[in-house]
Ligand binder design. Structure first.
Ligand code: AMP
Ligand code: MG
Length: 276
């Protein structure tokens, strides 16, 4: 059972071959029940991860406008131990950020041991929006795939568990969501003419995403394409991928916690003996 599509390293990605409305034949009700169970397991794993302090977890969220990055963050924060969890949004770079290499602002907000950080957009914007709008010449953005790979290798070698999710929506679903923002008072704050302008570059973004997914999915930092037309299925796929990724660490985290507990007990006994 795998709801998100893992991009195998070195394979060419064709987004048109992945159905954004895929739901594994589940009803919304059944999907939500599964998600609830997974969220409970995720919370438990996240507690162990936080207390053991051996690894960090980095979740990269990418996707076109309206693909559900904010909704995914709301879902994750409602399921996780808020103490160790941070969100890092990546906006248009400031002049100071632009005066540095493109990874400078990214490295500064990577998760510490025991922490989990969700990137709302990421260093991938530097090969997505930057490429689509030729914000720098190709001779500058093209070598970035390798820089990204080396950067993620550094993080992984330092104990970071990396998961990268591309929220995959259809052009029709994006139009519905953009129109909703115009028609519903509660969503109107998200209205942004820029989103309609970006929509005109749909195919350029497809090409940019396909290359980023193909070039930068590695065993240590895999990309997952998440069918995201249905919000409940998106949450399910993300919860499942996270649980499956973190579960193999459970044993090591528990052993570390037992070790910490035993050391504390020994110290306490030593203290009591010294008082006797
Ligand atoms: P939002 O996620 O809706 O708050 O919008 C953030 C905006 O910042 C998006 O339009 C991104 O394309 C843009 N952005 C993020 N990173 C970069 C970058 N490295 N270069 C240019 N624009 C960026
Ligand atoms: Mg936006």
């Amino acid at each position: 059972m795998a709801f998100a599509k893992k991009i195998e390293p070195g394979t060419a990605v064709r987004l048109a071959e992945i159905d954004p409305a895929y739901d594994a034949g589940l009803s919304k009700d059944d999907g939500e029940k599964l998600t609830k169970d997974l969220a409970k397991r995720l919370d438990e794993l996240d507690d162990l991860h936080y207390e053991a302090g051996m690894n960090s977890v980095l979740i990269v969220l990418q996707g076109r406008d309206t693909s559900g990055k904010d909704g995914t963050i709301r879902f994750l924060l409602s399921s996780l131990n808020a103490q160790g969890c941070r969100v890092a949004p990546f906006k248009v770079p400031t002049p100071i950020e632009l005066a540095h290499d493109f990874l400078w602002r990214v490295h500064a907000v990577t998760p510490p041991k025991g922490g989990m950080t969700i990137f709302n957009r990421s260093h991938y914007e530097d090969v997505l929006v930057v490429r689509v709008h030729s914000l720098v010449p190709e001779a500058v953005w093209r070598p970035r795939y390798e820089h990204i790979d080396a950067f993620e290798r550094l993080l992984a070698d330092s104990g970071t568990i990396i998961l990268k999710f591309m929220l995959h929506i259809s052009k029709e679903e994006q139009e519905r969501r953009l129109l909703d923002r115009e028609n519903e008072v509660q969503k109107a704050w998200k209205l942004n003419v820029g989103d309609w302008k970006e929509r005109a570059y749909w195919d350029d973004y497809t090409a940019a995403y396909e290359e980023a997914l193909s070039r930068c999915s590695t065993a240590r930092a895999p990309w997952y394409v998440v069918p995201a037309d249905k919000k409940w299925f998106r949450n399910l796929a993300i919860a499942e991928t996270l649980v499956n990724t973190l579960e193999p660490y459970r044993k090591a985290w528990l052993e570390r916690l037992e070790g910490i507990g035993e050391a504390a007990k020994a110290e306490l006994e030593e203290f009591r003996r010294s008082q006797a």
